[in-house]
Design a binder for this molecule. Structure first.
Ligand code: GLN
Ligand code: ZN
Length: 761
C-alpha cells in the first residue's frame, strides 16, 4: 500500500525562505545565499518524507514566489512590459513579474481558489510567444534524485493554467484563453520529455479547476489536452490531482476518461460527493489517490475513521491501486508542531501540522498493508476521544444560546431609513460626513510598546499610559483635520482577528503556525478549538477613554464574526456556521456593552465576508444566508439611535450586493478606489440602497497622496448615482500600513474635498 503527499509548505518551519527572500530583495544577501537556503529547505523536506516512508514524494512544489508564476516562467509567458529578451528566466525577470520594479508594476495577484494563498495571474493573449524558459521542474527532479529521492514532479496542468489566466492589457476581454492550448502543449511536451529522460517514472498534473462550475467546452479542453499529450506521456504513470471540493459528476466523467492518465487524486475531506461518484464507477486498472488527510486545517486525523474509509475504497480500486494521500497540498496548513513549545499537551494532541500529516499518511498506508502501528493508532483514538469530551471544548451555556438562535432571523425592528433619521437627530452630522476606517499608522515605537508589554518588560500602567497618549494624538489630529466621526486608531491591536481571539475563550495561538499568503508574506491564523464565549468586555475600556477625549462621535471598532471565522483555523467537529453563530453571540455582547458605555457609532468590520464564498455557485446562497445572519445577530438588540457601520475590503461585490443590503447595517464603507466603475455600476443599474455608504475615495495601499480635486471628482461621480444624504466620505481601508507624512495630507485633501462639495449642494 502506497502513500503520497500532494505538496508541501515552502517557507520552512521558521519561515527561513521568507527571511532569505527579503534579505535578497533588500540587497543584503546574494542570489547564491538565497539559492542555498532554498536548496537546504528542499532537501530537508524530501528527506523528511523519505524517512517517514512516503512512496510518492512531490518535487517542484517549492517556489521562490508562486507555483503559477513558475508555470508562467516555464512557458516563457512574460508580459512584454518586463523587457525580457529570452533565454532562461532569472531572478530579475521573475521577481519583477512578482513584485514589480522601479519602472514597471507587478502582475496582478488573486486568491487561489477559496484559500488565503494568492497567485500571480498569467496575462495572455494571441501574441504571446511561448517558449521553454524555466527548467525548474526538471532541475528540482534531478536535484532530488541526486539526493537519492526519486520524486513525482508536479506541474500545474495546462488547462487549469489557462483557466486561471486573464487576457493581457489591450487584449479583448472576450479573448478565448483556451485557444492557447495548442501553443502551450508543445512546451509541456518538452518538459515531460526531459523529465522522462532524467528518469522520472511518475508525473503529477494539478488540475484543481476541475472542481469548479465548468462549461462543456472547458471540460472538452481537458479531453483534448491529454489526448494531445498522450504519446509524450507514454511510459509514465500520470496522476491528475484535484482538490478543494468534490469533482462535479460531469467533470468526473471527463476526468476518469482522460487518455494517457493512469491515476486520479481526490480531496475526500471537502469533496464528500466525490466519494459517491467513485463508488458509482471508478475506471478499472487505474490508481485512486485518496486525499483523506486534511491539507487545509491543523487537526489530527481521525485515523480509525480514515482507515475504515480507505478499506471501503480498496474494494473499488483494488489493493495495489489505492494510494493514501493528503486532500490538497499541505501548503495551506502550518509547518511543524514541534516548534510550538507554548501550546499545552492536551491541545497539541489534537493537532497535526504538515510534518505530522506526513506521518499520518504513512501510518494509514502501512495499516492498510497490514502493518498497523497499534501505539500510534491508539494515541490517535485517545486524542479524538479527549477532543470530544474535553470541558475546554464544550460550553453548555454557549451551545444552548446558539441553539436558541434558531427560529428567528434577527432583524432590527425599525427599518433603516427611520433608523438613519433617529441617528441623525442625535449625531447631527453634516452632509457627506467624513470618517476613517479605524487604524492609524502603526509606528515602530508603537509596536515596541506592545511587544514589551506582552513580554512583561513594561508594566500595565506604563502600557496604558503609552496607548492613551497614542489615542490622544490620533484624536487631536482628527479634530484638527475636522473629521466628523472619529476613530481611536487601534494602537492596542496587532491584528484585527488576533486581538479579539486572544480575549475570547475557545481560541488558541501558535508561535510558528505560519501559512503562506503570498510571496514572502505569511499569516498566523488563530485556532478555534472550542465553543466561543466572551469572558469580559474587550474594547470598552479603550473606546470609552477615546470617547472621553472628544465631543465628536467616536466609533467603537470591532471585527465581525464572519471575518474572525474566515481568518482562523476552524473546528472540524461542527459545521462552520455553528462556530460563526457562537462568535456572533460574543460580539453581540460586546456591541451591547459599547452601547451601554455611551458609544453611539459602532463599526463591525466584515473584511473577509466575501472570502468565504464557496467555490461553486450552488452553495453561495446557503453560505451568504448564515454569514449575513451572523452579522445581524451582533446588533439586533440595540437602539435605533445607535449607528452600526460595517466595512469591507473589496469592491468586487456586484454579485453579492443583495446579501450586503441584507446585512442591514446603517452605514457601509467599502474599498472602491481601484475600481470605481465596477461598484457604481451596481447602483447605476438601479439597485435600491437606502443605507449610508462610503465608497473609499482614495487608495490607502499606495504611498501616493491624492489631490483635493481628484477626490472631489470621485465624490461627484458617486453623487451622480447615489443620494446626497446617504453618501459618506472616507478612505478605502485602515491607515495602519501608511506613514503619518502620507496620512495627514491625504486626509486633509479628503476633508477639503467634502467641504468644497457641501458648499455646492
Ligand atoms: N478597522 C480595520 C483597520 O482600520 C479594518 C482593516 C481591514 O478592513 N482589513 O485597520
Ligand atoms: Zn479594509
Amino acid at each position: 500500500m502506497a502513500s503520497h503527499i500532494v505538496g508541501y509548505p515552502r517557507m520552512g518551519p521558521k519561515r527561513e525562505l521568507k527571511f532569505a527572500l527579503e534579505s535578497f530583495w533588500d540587497g543584503k544577501s546574494s542570489a547564491e545565499d538565497l539559492k542555498k537556503v532554498s536548496a537546504d529547505l528542499r532537501s530537508s523536506i524530501w528527506k523528511q518524507m523519505a524517512d517517514a516512508g512516503i512512496k510518492y514524494i512531490p518535487s517542484n512544489t517549492f517556489s521562490y514566489y508562486d507555483q503559477v508564476l513558475d508555470t508562467t516562467a516555464m512557458l516563457g509567458a512574460v508580459p512584454s512590459r518586463y523587457n525580457w529578451t529570452g533565454g532562461e528566466i532569472g531572478f530579475d525577470t521573475y521577481f519583477s513579474m512578482a513584485r514589480g520594479n522601479a519602472s514597471v508594476p507587478a502582475m496582478e495577484m488573486t486568491k487561489w481558489f477559496d484559500t488565503n494563498y494568492h497567485f500571480i495571474v498569467p496575462e495572455l493573449g494571441p501574441d504571446v510567444n511561448f517558449s521553454y524558459a524555466s527548467h525548474k521542474a526538471v532541475d528540482e527532479y534531478k536535484e532530488a534524485k541526486g539526493l537519492g529521492v526519486n520524486t513525482v514532479p508536479v506541474l500545474i496542468g495546462p488547462v487549469s493554467y489557462l483557466l486561471l489566466s486573464k487576457p493581457a492589457k489591450g487584449v479583448e476581454k472576450s479573448f478565448p484563453l483556451l485557444s492557447l492550448l495548442d501553443k502551450v502543449l508543445p512546451i509541456y511536451k518538452e518538459v515531460i520529455s526531459e523529465l522522462k529522460a532524467a528518469g522520472a517514472s511518475w508525473i503529477q498534473f494539478d488540475e484543481p479547476t476541475l472542481v469548479l462550475d465548468l462549461e462543456a467546452h472547458q471540460l472538452e479542453a481537458f479531453t483534448k489536452a491529454y489526448a494531445e499529450l498522450e504519446s509524450t506521456l507514454s511510459g509514465l504513470d500520470v496522476l491528475i490531482e484535484t482538490y478543494f471540493a468534490d469533482v462535479p459528476a460531469g467533470a468526473f466523467k471527463t476526468l476518469t476518461a482522460l487518455k494517457g492518465v493512469t491515476a486520479f487524486g481526490f480531496d475526500l475531506v471537502r469533496g464528500t460527493q466525490t466519494l459517491d461518484l467513485i463508488k458509482g464507477g471508478f475506471p478499472s486498472g487505474k490508481y485512486l489517490f485518496a486525499g483523506v488527510v486534511d491539507g487545509r486545517n491543523i487537526w489530527a486525523n481521525d485515523l480509525a475513521a480514515s482507515l475504515e474509509l480507505l478499506k471501503s475504497l480498496e474494494g473499488i480500486a483494488g489493493k495495489d491501486k489505492l494510494v493514501v494521500s493528503t486532500s490538497c497540498s499541505l501548503l495551506h496548513t502550518a509547518v511543524d508542531l514541534i516548534n510550538e513549545p507554548k501550546l499545552d499537551d492536551e491541545i497539541k494532541s489534537w493537532l497535526a501540522f504538515a510534518a505530522q500529516k506526513v506521518v499520518e499518511v504513512n501510518a494509514l498506508a502501512k495499516a492498510l498493508a497490514g502493518d498497523k502501528d497499534e501505539a500510534f493508532f491508539s494515541a490517535s483514538a485517545a486524542a479524538q476521544a479527549s477532543r470530544k469530551t474535553s470541558p475546554r471544548v464544550t460550553n453548555e451555556a454557549v451551545q444552548k444560546a446558539a441553539a436558541a438562535l434558531r427560529g428567528s432571523d434577527h432583524r432590527r425592528a425599525t427599518n433603516v431609513s427611520a433608523r438613519l433619521d433617529a441617528q441623525q437627530k442625535k449625531l447631527n452630522l453634516p452632509v457627506l460626513p467624513t470618517t476613517t476606517i479605524g487604524s492609524f499608522p502603526q509606528t515602530v515605537e508603537l509596536r515596541r510598546v506592545r511587544r514589551e508589554y506582552k513580554a512583561k518588560k513594561i508594566s500595565e500602567e506604563e502600557y496604558v499610559k503609552a496607548i492613551k497618549e497614542e489615542i490622544k494624538k490620533v484624536v487631536d489630529l482628527q479634530e484638527e483635520l475636522d473629521i466628523d466621526v472619529l476613530v481611536h486608531g487601534e494602537p492596542e491591536r496587532n491584528d484585527m482577528v488576533e486581538y479579539f481571539g486572544e480575549q475570547l475563550s475557545g481560541f488558541a495561538f501558535t508561535a510558528n503556525g505560519w501559512v503562506q499568503s503570498y510571496g514572502s508574506r505569511c499569516v498566523k491564523p488563530p485556532i478555534i478549538y472550542g465553543d466561543v464565549s466572551r469572558p469580559k468586555p474587550m474594547t470598552v475600556f479603550w473606546s470609552s477613554i477615546a470617547q472621553s477625549m472628544t465631543k465628536r462621535p467616536m466609533k467603537g471598532m470591532l471585527t465581525g464574526p464572519v471575518t474572525i471565522l474566515n481568518w482562523s483555523f476552524v473546528r472540524n467537529d461542527q459545521p462552520r456556521f455553528e462556530t460563526c453563530y457562537q462568535i456572533a453571540l460574543a460580539i453581540k455582547d460586546e456591541v451591547e456593552d459599547l452601547e451601554k458605555a455611551g458609544i453611539t457609532v459602532i463599526q463591525i468590520d466584515e473584511a473577509a465576508l466575501r472570502e468565504g464564498l464557496p467555490l461553486r455557485k450552488a452553495e453561495h446562497a446557503f453560505y451568504l444566508n448564515w454569514a449575513v445572519h451572523s452579522f445581524r445577530i451582533t446588533n439586533v438588540d440595540i437602539q435605533d439611535t445607535t449607528q452600526i457601520h460595517t466595512h469591507m475590503c473589496y469592491s468586487n461585490f456586484n454579485d453579492i450586493i443583495h446579501s450586503i443590503i441584507d446585512m442591514d447595517a446603517d452605514v457601509i464603507t467599502i474599498e472602491n478606489s481601484r475600481s470605481d466603475e465596477k461598484l457604481l455600476s451596481v447602483f447605476r443599474e438601479g439597485v435600491k440602497y437606502g443605507a449610508g455608504i462610503g465608497p473609499g475615495v482614495y487608495d490607502i495601499h499606495s504611498p501616493r497622496i491624492p489631490s483635493t480635486e481628484e477626490i472631489a471628482d470621485r465624490v461627484n461621480k458617486m453623487l451622480a448615482v447615489l443620494d446626497t444624504n446617504i453618501l459618506w466620505v472616507n478612505p478605502d481601508c485602515g491607515l495602519k500600513t501608511r506613514k503619518y507624512t502620507e496620512v495627514k495630507p491625504a486626509l486633509q485633501a479628503m476633508v477639503s474635498a467634502a467641504k468644497a462639495i457641501r458648499t455646492q449642494l
